[in-house]
Design a protein around this ligand. Structure first.
Ligand SMILES: N[C@@H](CCOP(=O)(O)O)C(=O)O
Length: 490
């Protein structure tokens, strides 16, 4: 299968490219993104066939339906990384929390967040293509806290790749920061910036589209790609766990095959939600996708009003920092799927030049046929964490907690909901300790211990180890100096 471009094609690019080309060079014409020219249709036979499959068997078959130009042995090697998850037999447990609410736990990989689900295999795939072509890549990553650690972990010491990871200094949790600044492999560079996530992501997109930057890299025989969800190589692996989670509900006898469910997704850059949308279009029984946000609620407003309005808007720091994002990359792929490339180009250009776009009434009602949304503030989130822990015995992180509000406000309680848990409690312990015991401003290590005692949960060894590792990545710069700093590294 080939991949086409969300904003149409200019004279410098070919109309459609292979999967390898789309992931090695993820920014398309006019600053657009790559999308599959058609989604494979899975049908009930596929779902039935995989009712008793392992996660890896399901993944392998789903990927084969995309007919991508990656050797089978590379895919197998990539999928074998799920064996490093807590339970290799089931890397994504789905747990009933209450009534019709089930939580799909996507955080059982090495960096304790859902990004491992895609970045673990993606690292193998990208490095293998680079080796096969005898090319060397600089992989950019912009992070609000979860993508960075997962990208560093997957590319660490891999052949033919280097990573430059940009994070907002002070804009992540302490565990997320430590996961990045203690990484000491030679092929990794971590750069804190005085700014917010959107500054890091804007720089990433600008550099990916910059001929000057690319020719500076070329002089050193280096090409440029990215680890963020602008890269379709991320998205393809983010479709699988929605299918798996649905099948888990069937296995548990919670739903019948074909029954419709809500998929409730905490959302920032919209990659997770896009994976859910594609899984639906490929044949999963879905009632609606519910988008859950924090106080940075641009996505709620888009879905409720049709307006994407960044005018006079500034990101606010919240208790769920991985979602402190205003310019959400993957909404563009939804716009393309619903309204085509000409309208997508027009809307995205409006967003870039006017910080605003507005869907017309027909477009909004089409968007609302698939999506609903709500946002949850920090105090509400902490109350959901506390109540769900003490009433239902389930501990969740502040991002997952945003789903509890939209579960109440956006869903028909008779229909089952799969909410996605994007991170383990260990990554946001001060907020959770505050929710559970009222402790204020506890340092992470203290908060981890007190939650561990209160909830009788073990702190994973890799999280504990972070507090004694030396800090090796010390650079924090102004956002204007990002390009210079990266060129110093390569
Ligand atoms: N929430 C993310 C931001 C980057 O998202 P991505 O899906 O495009 O990689 C993070 O935690 O870094």
């Amino acid at each position: 299968m080939n991949f086409i471009q969300t904003r149409g094609c200019d004279a410098t690019k070919v109309k459609s490219v292979t999967f390898s080309e789309a992931i090695l060079n993820p920014i398309a014409s006019f600053g657009g993104l790559y999308v599959p020219e058609a989604l494979p249709s899975l049908g009930e036979a596929f779902l039935k066939k995989h009712l008793n499959s392992s996660y890896k068997e399901l993944a392998s078959d789903m990927l084969s339906r995309f007919e991508i130009d990656i050797d089978k042995h590379v895919i197998d090697e990539a999928l074998n990384l799920y064996d490093r998850f807590d339970n290799p037999k089931n890397p994504v447990p789905v747990v009933r929390v209450k009534e019709n609410l089930y939580v799909s736990e996507l955080y059982h990989g090495p960096t304790r967040a859902f990004k491992d689900m895609a970045l673990q295999p993606f690292g193998v795939v990208l490095s293998s293509i680079a080796q096969k072509r005898d090319e060397h890549y600089l992989i950019l990553a912009a992070t609000s806290g979860d993508t960075g650690p997962a990208a560093l972990e997957t590319f660490k010491n891999r052949a033919n790749v280097q990573v430059a990871c940009l994070y907002p200094d002070g804009g992540t949790s302490d565990v997320q920061r430590l996961q990045m600044v203690t990484e000491d492999a030679k092929n990794l560079k971590v750069i804190g910036i005085n700014g917010v996530f959107d500054d890091a992501q804007n720089a990433l997109k600008r550099l990916l589209a910059s001929d000057d930057f690319k020719s500076a890299l070329k002089k050193k025989n280096i090409l440029l790609s990215a680890a963020n969800s602008v890269n379709f190589g991320r998205i393809i692996f983010q479709i699988i766990y929605h299918i798996h989670s649905y099948l888990e509900l069937v296995r548990q006898g919670a739903i019948l095959m074909g029954e419709k469910v809500y998929l409730n997704v905490p959302s920032g850059n919209f990659g997770n939600a896009l994976g859910a949308y594609y899984a639906w279009k490929m044949g999963l029984g879905v009632e609606k996708i519910i988008i859950s946000s924090n106080e940075n609620n641009v996505l709620t407003k888009l879905i409720k009003t049709g307006k994407y309005d960044l005018r006079d808007l500034h990101v606010v720091s919240t208790t769920s920092p991985a979602m402190d994002i205003l310019k959400s990359s993957n909404v563009e792929r939804i716009l393309f799927d619903m309204f085509g490339f000409e309208r997508t180009k027009e809307l995205m250009q409006d967003l870039e030049s006017k910080n605003f776009y507005e869907l017309n009434a027909d477009e909004l009602s089409k968007l609302q046929e698939s999506f609903d949304a709500d946002f949850c503030n920090g105090d509400e989130g902490k109350k959901y964490i506390k109540d769900t822990f003490y009433n239902n015995g389930y501990l969740m992180d502040p991002h997952t907690a945003t789903c509890l509000k939209s579960y109440e406000t956006c869903s028909n309680p008779k229909i089952k909901t799969i909410a996605y848990s994007t991170a383990e409690w260990t990554k946001f312990s001060p907020v959770i300790a505050n929710a559970l015991t009222g402790e204020v401003d506890a340092q992470d290590i203290i908060a981890l211990e007190s939650i561990s005692k209160e909830a009788k949960l073990e702190i994973p060894a890799m999280v504990k180890a972070l507090f004694t590792k030396p800090i090796v990545q010390k650079v924090v710069i102004e956002k204007e100096d990002i390009e210079k700093e990266i060129l110093k590294f390569i």
